[in-house]
Design a protein around this ligand. Structure first.
Ligand SMILES: [Zn+2]
Length: 318
């Protein structure tokens, strides 16, 4: 079954060629094609909002933007809200995960997830650690990619239910180690365990910092530990699709939203993350958590290369 669509595509091309003589142009499932320019334009729009910290005005603008976008594309939009305290002021703060579903009635499901909040400040910025942090790669890239994937999911044949999950409060962190990470994904995981009527999530893929113009995705060590078969499957698809940015070597160990999903919800989830965010300059200072994490360091091509692998993974779910 694995190469079905390729076979179909080849057959369609042959038929088109035989039937119409000189027609040699082949457009397989054009609606599922991802558009790097449009993906990048989403990234720019998200960053133009400015800071998107949990509970902020920027976050509210982003939430309305995403709600409108996915509703227009035919996704089923649901908000999962809960309250926390602002780490600095102690004021009540609403945290909102966004869940966009395709085939919402299917009980057997897979999901793609990302965080869509930005860190309050660019703490690694040598010149201005209290400056503006727009998180193009860190917070923006996964969100922009999922906006682009929405177009393809409209028409992608899928046998299971598919959810795009946007976690809030991944890094509502003003001071370490006082402030906890992963509030949104932890709440999502606890709700999943406590809700006996919840559909079953077979597995999931987390993306974070996948917009780097110099993209290199290595095996992340916790993903290996918790969900090795899924790592092998995803890198295998990338190899088949000749997407060379997926490197079959072990990279960093990253603490990310996949930890609560694996340990609390017990859902196998892997993390696609490029933690070397230096524009390919060895030993150069990383843009991570600095004011320089802006769209010019990212590319639409990187986003859609990851997107192609994710779509193919979804298409193969039986
Ligand atoms: Zn971050």
């Amino acid at each position: 079954m694995r190469n079905n669509s390729l076979l179909n595509t080849v057959l369609l091309c042959v038929i088109a060629f035989l039937g119409l003589g000189n027609v040699a142009v082949c457009q397989p499932n054009a609606k599922s094609t991802l558009d790097p320019k449009r993906a990048f334009s989403y990234l720019v729009k998200i960053c133009d909002i400015g800071s998107r910290v949990t509970g902020s005005e920027g976050m509210r603008i982003q939430q309305a933007f995403l709600d409108e976008h996915f509703t227009r594309l035919g996704g089923s939009v649901r908000w999962q809200s809960f309250e926390t305290r602002h780490p600095e002021t102690g004021a009540k703060l609403e945290v909102k995960n966004l869940i966009v579903s395709w085939n919402p009635d299917k009980l057997e499901r897979v999901f793609l997830c990302t965080h869509y909040d930005t860190r309050p400040f660019p703490v690694n910025d040598a010149r201005n650690p209290k400056g503006l942090f727009v998180g193009a790669n860190d917070g923006g890239s996964g969100t922009a990619l999922f906006m682009e994937l929405g177009h393809a999911l409209q028409s992608l044949p899928m046998k299971v239910g598919v959810d795009l999950v946007f976690f809030d409060a991944e890094e509502l962190v003003y001071e370490e180690p006082r402030d906890p990470y992963f509030l949104g994904s932890t709440h999502f995981s606890q709700s999943y365990v406590n809700d006996s009527n919840s559909p079953r999530f077979r597995c999931g893929i987390l993306v974070d910092m996948i917009g780097d113009a110099d993209l290199q995705l290595y095996y992340e060590q916790n993903s290996f530990k918790f969900a090795r078969p899924l790592v092998d499957e995803v890198w295998g698809i990338a190899r088949e699709l000749k997407i060379k940015e997926f490197k079959p070597n072990v990279g960093y160990e990253i603490k990310d939203d996949h930890l609560p999903l694996n340990t609390i919800a017990k859902i196998p989830v892997i993390d696609l993350i490029d933690f070397d965010y230096t524009r390919g300059v060895p030993k150069s200072k990383s843009f991570w958590h600095t004011m320089a994490d802006t769209p010019d360091k990212c590319s639409g091509a990187s986003l859609t290369k990851v997107g192609k692998v994710l779509l193919e993974w979804i298409r193969r779910q039986e």
